[in-house]
Ligand binder design. Structure first.
Ligand code: HEM
Length: 127
């Protein structure tokens, strides 16, 4: 069975999504500058595990992420200003990554949560 016919079930599936998502972000000249700190494989790996914790907590209530994800973005925005175009691209690649790997209820939930968090983040950050 094609993986696209299955839904997101666990951390391994979330890891597959964030890996593909970050490949896409790194390949985009507008997005890559934000992620310069993650060019070293070790720092990228650590970051991807945090993202897996974040989504695992949202989808499966694992309790794996307890921080405020907004704060690092507020700090980063002081160095590189976030524009609405960046949020569009972020959401575009996230949706593409999810849709090319999985489908089903969890896949819909993760995309809609990403969209609502991105909307709030954009309102708070973009001036
Ligand atoms: C323009 C859009 C975005 C850009 C450029 C961006 C960029 C970044 C960067 C550079 C970091 C690392 C910050 C650091 O470690 O100092 C980060 C962390 C993170 N981002 Fe984003 N982000 C964006 C949107 C989002 C959205 C919409 C979400 C959630 C739906 C999100 C979730 C996270 C999480 C969970 C972390 C980890 C925070 C932590 O270390 O605890 N990001 N992001």
């Amino acid at each position: 069975m094609d993986s696209k016919d299955t839904d997101i079930q666990n951390r391994e599936d979330l890891y597959a999504i964030v890996c593909l998502f970050y490949e896409k972000l790194f390949s985009d000249t507008q997005m890559a500058p934000f992620f310069k700190a993650f060019r070293q494989p070790e720092s990228l790996e650590k970051h991807l595990q945090i993202l897996v914790d974040f989504w695992d907590n949202i989808l499966f209530y694992s309790g794996s992420y307890t921080k405020n994800a907004m704060l690092p973005h507020i700090e980063m925005n002081k160095k590189i200003p976030f524009k609405s175009e960046h949020f569009k691209l972020w959401m575009h690649y996230f949706t593409e990554a999810v849709d090319s790997l999985y489908s089903g209820e969890h896949s819909e939930i993760i995309k809609s949560r990403a969209q609502s968090i991105a909307t709030v983040m954009q309102i708070k950050i973009v001036h």
